[in-house]
Design a protein around this ligand. Structure first.
Ligand SMILES: *Cc1c(COP(=O)(O)O)cnc(C)c1O
Length: 441
């Protein structure tokens, strides 16, 4: 048997993109962030207590391309970039679909997810600016893991506030973060004023991402040598993730792949943005992807695009962050505790939100029982156990492939496998036991 040429399309390290693509250059009518105190348009200085200058510059930039520093490109190699674009022949065969299914393998990073792509860039710029410590929050643990590891590359320390519920449920994440040399606290913690306040009012709380963000921001704001680092939502994070889509476009050219559907899961929006923004840019500029549909897949437990409202809202619970124009379920909203912790966020990236509002992209949502079923199908056909978050994108892709089967259409689907699920096996165990709860709100 000969191996089909598109079974796995690889690039070489020289093909790692040299510049990031910025959708803000091509998307008109974006609404700027507002200062939470005054309600006025936020000025770059407003961000200085928590972010370094280059990050602030990128956050507000409308340049179409921003060069990737050599030091960042060099380190992307060790996250196993460029990531292969693989064809799911065995999944297609199992589904008996005429559709072609390709997936981008962000699961091959040693950190287990796509989050390292921005972690490397953020740690680099902060180290350049002389910052000695980065603070951050983590829900499921992937972002804390990524930042903890990459801070070693640039000799910077990391302090992670992990949502207490996850901290208790996933003790091995703490071990990983400690192994990488970072400090981790269960949030709410005694290490910030906001944490102490919450603990006093709600001693039994299991915390939330919004509370953990407030704690990490407070610690950064109180020391000029400490900055805060966010793993999703903001424009600079979307920018850094575009290496995913730029590589995928090179691979699609090699494989002569013209996608009808491009699919990714959305928590704060970064892996979706990473895969789709470079293609959306071409679509807006009339250079391609004319008939391609871009599909965001979210959990029923936190359906910000499909059920939220497009308005200014805070990124955190305390109201420390600037107000962002985004699809949101409200900054007080605490999603029920699903296994896809990376998708449990009340808001959505302002850039992804604006793309949705203008009709450039579509969205759908699934219950976690449906997504784990998809994950098990992937495991038994392709041999890969996807992260619970990635199972949402996979479920979207499988449903589209089944629609193609019904209509007997040979369409092409590309989805992002944003991470592997080897550290999230409890959800799979519950699914197999028949004890996995539904995640409807
Ligand atoms: C964090 C995470 C997500 C969700 O975050 P986005 O910013 O929406 O990409 C999805 N998949 C994995 C594996 C994650 O770790």
């Amino acid at each position: 048997m000969t191996i089909p040429f598109d079974a796995r399309i690889n690039l070489t390290p020289e093909d790692i993109p040299k510049r990031w693509y910025n959708l803000a250059a091509d998307l008109p009518g974006l609404k700027p962030p507002l200062n939470p105190g005054t309600g006025e348009v936020a000025k770059p200085e407003d961000f200085e207590p928590i972010f370094c200058k280059e990050i602030i510059r990128q956050e507000g930039s409308t340049e179409r391309y921003i060069d990737i520093p050599e030091e960042v490109r060099d380190n992307l190699i060790y996250l196993n970039r460029p990531a292969p674009l693989q064809r799911a022949y065995r999944l297609e065969k199992y589904l008996k679909t005429p559709a072609k299914i390709y997936f981008k393998r962000e699961d091959m990073s040693p950190l287990g997810s796509h989050k390292g792509n921005t972690a490397i860039a953020q740690a680099y710029y902060n180290a350049e600016a002389g910052i000695h410590t980065l603070t951050t929050e983590t829900g499921a643990g992937q972002w804390g893991t990524a930042l903890a590891m990459v801070s070693n590359l640039y000799d910077i320390k990391t302090t992670v506030f992990m949502v207490k519920g996850s901290y208790l449920a996933k003790p091995l994440r703490k071990t990983i973060i400690n192994t990488y040399g970072a400090t981790i606290y269960a949030s709410p913690s005694e290490h910030t004023e906001f944490g102490k306040k919450i603990l006093k009012e709600h001693p039994e709380t299991t915390g939330s991402l919004g509370i953990a963000i407030s704690e990490a921001c407070e610690m950064a704001a109180n020391d000029k040598n400490i900055c805060y680092s966010l793993g999703s939502v903001l424009n600079h994070v979307m920018l850094h993730q575009t290496v995913i889509g730029i590589e995928t476009m090179q691979q699609m050219e090699i494989g002569e792949i013209e996608p009808d559907y491009v699919v990714a899961c959305t928590g704060g929006g970064s892996n979706f943005a990473g895969l789709t923004f470079p293609m959306l840019g071409e679509k807006i500029r009339g250079k391609g992807f004319k008939d391609t549909q871009f599909v965001a897949v979210e959990p029923r437990a936190a359906p910000s695009l499909t059920k939220g409202e497009f308005k200014y809202d805070y990124g955190d619970t305390a109201g420390f962050t600037p107000l962002l124009m985004m699809y949101t379920l409200g900054s007080e909203f605490i999603p029920s505790s699903i296994h896809a912790g990376g998708l449990r966020y009340h808001g959505m990236s302002p850039l992804v939100s604006a793309a949705y509002d203008t009709g450039l992209i579509t969205a759908r949502s699934y219950d976690q029982t449906q997504t784990f079923e998809a994950g098990i199908t992937m495991a038994r056909t392709e041999g890969i156990i996807p992260a619970p978050e990635s199972c949402h994108a996979l479920k979207g892709a499988i449903d589209l492939a089944l629609e193609c089967k019904e209509k007997n259409e040979e369409k092409t689907i590309v989805f992002c496998l944003s991470g592997h699920g080897l550290l999230d096996l409890y959800g799979y165990e519950q699914y197999l036991d028949g004890t996995l709860p539904s995640s409807e709100i």
